[in-house]
Structures are given as structure tokens and as C-alpha cells.
Design a protein around this ligand. Structure first.
Ligand SMILES: CC(C)(COP(=O)(O)OP(=O)(O)OC[C@H]1O[C@@H](n2cnc3c(N)ncnc32)[C@H](O)[C@@H]1OP(=O)(O)O)[C@@H](O)C(=O)NCCC(=O)NCCS
Length: 311
């Protein structure tokens, strides 16, 4: 279940801003330079790992043992805070300047800024935001470079939104897509498993597209978690929805062992609605819950609305 928590402001250095006077409207941005981006904590959810009943009765099953922060930002708002650009490395700039489309380039810049802030906060500021370095795994998954705290992270940046997930103790994958898209039946058929086609095919068109976007983000989130890049054929990944479960993966239909779990969210941003999926891999011997916390950039007036998808 999601709970609303008291909003606390977090500035670009990742520090929490001082508490405002009693009764003052959160996040008390008036105390801060407008040049510095302001983030506030939003929804929090305790994700209980799905386990067999016998395992669930062991004493460790109720302890919170993991944490995932999900940072959400509108790239245009972030880019107004010029100071945040100083956090990027030469390597970051070399990568983003290759992107031709301005909106995509802005989103890529913003994602790198937020990733650095998010990692520093998760590492309790033992590493400054500008000091993170990155490497690529053999399959092309971006990871924190060796010698730095080995945090897990995952990034998604469709044009108008940036979402960054960070965790010290859970492997993760995140993906976000705008729901309002016109997707042809051929594309839907080309990226869905035969069993999924039976469940989404035949729905009224708008609903079929929404369910497809949901399946797509789940597949992308899983792909990012395992670091597979483009090598996984989405037709061979089979999800059931309501409740969400990954039933099988790959051409031989390998069954899942239950350590990977999925969460769905809706995010609204500038009158656009996005679907977000988070893939979480629990350590095999860890039966504790995982706390998922939303942290969003504020423009001083209103925040992004992120809501769990509950069915
Ligand atoms: C790159 C990919 C991981 C996601 O791309 P996307 O959904 O278009 O874009 P998103 O904004 O959601 O995610 C991009 C981020 O994913 C991350 N990423 C890239 N490769 C990754 C990998 N192998 N593993 C994990 N994360 C990866 C990066 O952080 C990247 O950000 P960057 O480009 O600024 O470095 C990849 O799965 C992809 O392009 N999929 C397209 C779907 C497809 O055609 N699949 C094959 C089906 S048959």
C-alpha cells in the first residue's frame, strides 16, 4: 500500500533542505536559490516479496531490508537550474552532444544530472555528485565504475520526462512510456507473446494500446534489469497482468524462479500520462520487504503526480 509522507525538500547537492517554519508550505523553496533544482519526497510503498507460504512465516519476512529511490523530473524544469549542468563530466557531454534531437538531448542531459544527485544521496554523500564515473557491462548495461560504491541504477528518459531508479541492495530496471500513442496492430503483434496477444487482442483500441504500453514497459524494465539491451526478443517474454507476473522468458520459455518482481506506476507530467514499470530482483535468501520511495523535482508551485497502479 502507498502512503503519503510529509514532503521534505532535497537540493541539487542531495542535501535535505532545512525544515520550514510550522505551517509553511512544503517544500520551502523560497529559502533556496532558484538556480538550484529542488526535489521533494512523495509516495512511499513497502513492496513485500512474493514467497511461498512456508517461507513467508519465517521471522525475517516482515523486516524492511531493501530500498529503492525513484527520482522523477521534467527535463525543461531541471534545465532552468543552470548550476546542475556543472555536475556533468566531459564524458557525459561527449555522449549527449551526439544526440541530434534537442528534446532527446535535453532529456539525456537531465537524466545524467539526476542520476548523479540520486547516487550521491543513496551513498550518503560519501561521493560528490560530480565525482561518479561509469562503465558499461559486457552487454552494454551502464554501471557505476569500479572503486566507487557499487550502487544499482536504471534510467528511462522519454522526451518529456526523466525517471532514475537507484538502490544500494536491489538489482533494478525501470522503463517509462507515454500512454497516449497511436500504435498499430502490427506493432502490437510484433512485440507480444502469443499468450499476451490472446489477452490484449480483441480489447477496444484505446484499452488495447494502454495494455500494450504496460506490457512494453514491463519488458523494457526486465531487459534493463538483466542488462540485455536489444538482444531479447520481446515476443519471447510472456507477462500476465492483474496480478503482474513474468511467466516465462526466451525461446525455450524458461520459467522464472520468483526472485524478480514488478511494480507499475502512473506518472502525470504537463497534462501527459506516462506508464512506468519497475523490475526488482530480490537477493534469493532475503525475504524482507523493499521500500520504494518517489522523489520528484518541483518547479516551486506544483509537483509531478505519481500514483501506483492498483487493480
Ligand atoms: C536501450 C534500451 C535498454 C532501452 O531504450 P529505450 O526504452 O528506447 O530508452 P529509455 O530512455 O527508456 O532508456 C535508455 C537508457 O537505458 C539504459 N541502457 C542502455 N542500454 C542498457 C542495457 N543493456 N541494460 C540496461 N540499461 C541500459 C541507459 O541508461 C539509457 O540511457 P542513455 O541512452 O542516456 O545512456 C533497449 O532495450 C532498447 O532500445 N529497446 C528497444 C526495444 C526493442 O526493440 N527491443 C528488441 C525487441 S525484439
Amino acid at each position: 500500500m502507498f502512503v503519503r509522507v510529509a514532503a521534505r525538500a532535497i537540493d541539487a547537492s542531495g542535501d535535505e533542505a532545512p525544515e520550514g517554519p510550522p505551517g509553511a508550505p512544503a517544500p520551502w523553496t523560497d529559502r533556496r536559490s532558484p538556480d538550484r533544482p529542488q526535489f521533494v519526497e512523495g509516495w512511499r510503498k513497502a513492496v513485500r516479496r512474493k514467497v511461498a507460504q512456508a517461507q513467508a512465516m519465517t521471522p525475517t519476512s516482515v523486516e524492511a531490508s531493501g530500498r529503492i529511490d525513484i527520482w522523477i523530473a521534467n527535463p525543461d524544469v531541471l534545465m532552468r537550474a543552470q548550476s546542475s549542468l556543472k555536475l556533468l563530466s566531459e564524458e557525459d557531454w561527449a555522449l549527449v552532444t551526439r544526440i541530434q534531437d534537442p528534446a532527446r538531448r535535453r532529456a539525456a542531459v537531465a537524466s545524467r544530472v539526476i542520476l548523479r544527485i540520486a547516487l550521491s544521496r543513496a551513498a550518503e554523500h560519501k561521493v560528490a555528485a560530480a565525482d561518479w564515473r561509469f562503465a558499461l557491462s559486457a552487454s552494454g548495461k551502464p554501471v557505476v565504475a569500479s572503486g566507487l560504491p557499487p550502487l544499482h541504477f536504471s534510467v528511462s528518459h522519454p522526451d518529456r520526462l526523466v525517471v532514475v531508479a537507484v538502490s544500494a541492495d536491489r538489482e533494478i530496471g525501470v522503463d517509462v512510456e507515454c500512454i497516449d500513442q497511436n500504435i498499430s496492430p502490427e506493432v502490437i503483434a510484433g512485440f507480444t507473446h502469443i499468450d499476451e496477444q490472446h489477452s490484449v487482442g480483441g480489447l477496444p483500441r484505446p484499452q488495447e494500446i494502454r495494455e500494450f504500453v504496460r506490457l512494453w514497459t514491463l519488458k523494457e524494465a526486465y531487459t534493463k534489469l538483466v542488462g540485455a539491451g536489444l538482444s531479447l526478443d520481446f515476443k519471447t517474454i510472456n507477462f500476465t497482468l492483474d496480478p503482474v507476473d513474468l511467466t516465462s522468458v526466451g525461446t525455450n520459455g524458461t520459467k522464472q524462479n520468483g526472485t524478480t518482481q514488478f511494480e507499475n506506476f502512473y506518472i502525470s507530467n504537463k497534462h501527459m500520462l506516462f506508464h512506468a514499470s519497475l523490475a526488482i530482483r530480490h537477493p534469493p535468501d532475503d525475504l524482507g520487504t523493499t521500500e520504494v520511495q518517489i522523489i520528484s523535482l518541483t518547479n516551486g508551485r506544483s509537483n509531478h503526480a505519481a500514483a501506483p497502479l492498483t487493480r
